[in-house]
Design a protein around this ligand. Structure first.
Ligand code: ASP
Length: 323
């Protein structure tokens, strides 16, 4: 069976006209993070450590919508959120509303390991971060010029925006500018180690121009993030749709109750969400990998001990796209 790993850097309406200077740094980061995770699995590190390691690396990269690349709220502030879950024990931790924590995913893990709770948010989560002594920075550290521009464009169009270009249902559509720079995305990683432990982690800044206090799918166990003994799942896309469809938990439930393989379960769940709303990466206890989306594309990468290794954005980059 062996180890397997998959990661994503967000799903959405990613046009093929995405210019190389916007595309290539993200692909390079995906490759680097895949290599990092693969090396850790080969060295025998537990799946939970590996997904945390990979997501931390992606949080530190301004090309993705998490950590230092987080998109901005209506007030121009950052509210980061993250989640981790260990499949075999079903222990999990989540955080929301962070404005100073460098690696939200590690704080989520500390919630899991050091508190009797699962989910801490806003000032309680920030206070816990201070108590634990995790690395923090002034809120301005997380606010990039690119994200100020994304917020400006979203405000002008009067829309809440996934980190791509599709407006949320009910809001007016607007064509993206030719060299639109808003193709960044939430990050996530799932893995199974050679001892059979499954784990998942997801981290995000949420949606551009989201209301202050808005919580998305990422930290909601069973929506954006879920793992049990059958599989580990990390989702991306429009959080409100992902929460409504309990996407991550549904993949596990379909495997368990309908007896489907990981790939069939993931394809069925994603097909049940309105088109343009969701993507996910998942691994199963049998070492299968699935990367499925009903959006134009998804920044993604995977590798298995059996020799599969892929990095891609659009469906024809591999054979696994749902469209
Ligand atoms: N799912 C995230 C959210 O709605 C956004 C994303 O995946 O890019 O907060």
């Amino acid at each position: 069976m062996g180890w397997a790993i998959a990661l994503h850097g967000g799903a959405g309406d990613i046009p093929r006209s995405l210019p190389p200077h916007r595309r290539d740094p993200r692909l390079a980061t995906l490759r680097r993070c895949l290599d990092l995770g693969t090396a850790a699995l080969r060295a025998g590190h537990p799946a939970l450590d590996v997904v945390e390691l990979v997501v931390r690396e992606m949080e530190d990269c301004p090309h993705f919508n998490a950590g230092v690349g987080s998109v901005l709220t209506t007030d121009g502030t950052v509210e980061m959120e993250a989640c981790v879950m260990d499949g075999n024990t079903m222990r999990c931790g989540a955080v929301s509303g962070l404005s100073t924590v460098v690696n939200a995913v590690s704080l989520a893990r500390l919630v899991m390991e050091k508190t009797p709770h699962i989910y801490l948010a806003f000032h309680g989560a920030e206070a816990f971060a201070r108590e634990q002594g995790v690395e923090t920075r002034d809120p301005s550290h997380f606010i990039t010029e690119e994200n100020k521009e994304r917020l400006r464009q979203a405000r002008e169009a009067n829309r809440v925006q996934i980190d791509y270009t599709e407006p949320i249902k009910g809001q007016e559509a607007q064509a993206p500018p030719e060299d639109d720079n808003s193709r960044i995305g939430t990050v996530g990683c799932v893995a199974i180690d050679s001892a059979g432990n499954l784990a998942t982690a997801t981290s995000t800044g949420g949606l551009v121009n989201k209301m202050v206090g808005r919580i998305g799918d990422t930290p909601v166990i069973g929506a954006g993030t879920y793992a049990n003994r059958l599989c580990a799942v990390s989702a991306t896309g429009k959080g409100e749709a992902i929460i409504r469809h309990t996407v991550a938990r549904d993949v596990a439930a379909v495997m368990e109750h309908a007896g489907l393989s990981l790939q069939d379960a993931a394809a069925r769940v994603v097909a049940g969400v309105p088109p343009g709303n969701v993507g996910l990466v998942a691994v199963s206890a049998a070492g299968e990998v699935s990367m499925v989306y009903n959006t134009t594309g998804m920044f993604r990468a995977c590798a298995t001990e059996g020799g599969r290794s892929e990095v891609g954005i659009w469906p024809d980059d591999d054979d696994d796209g749902a469209r």
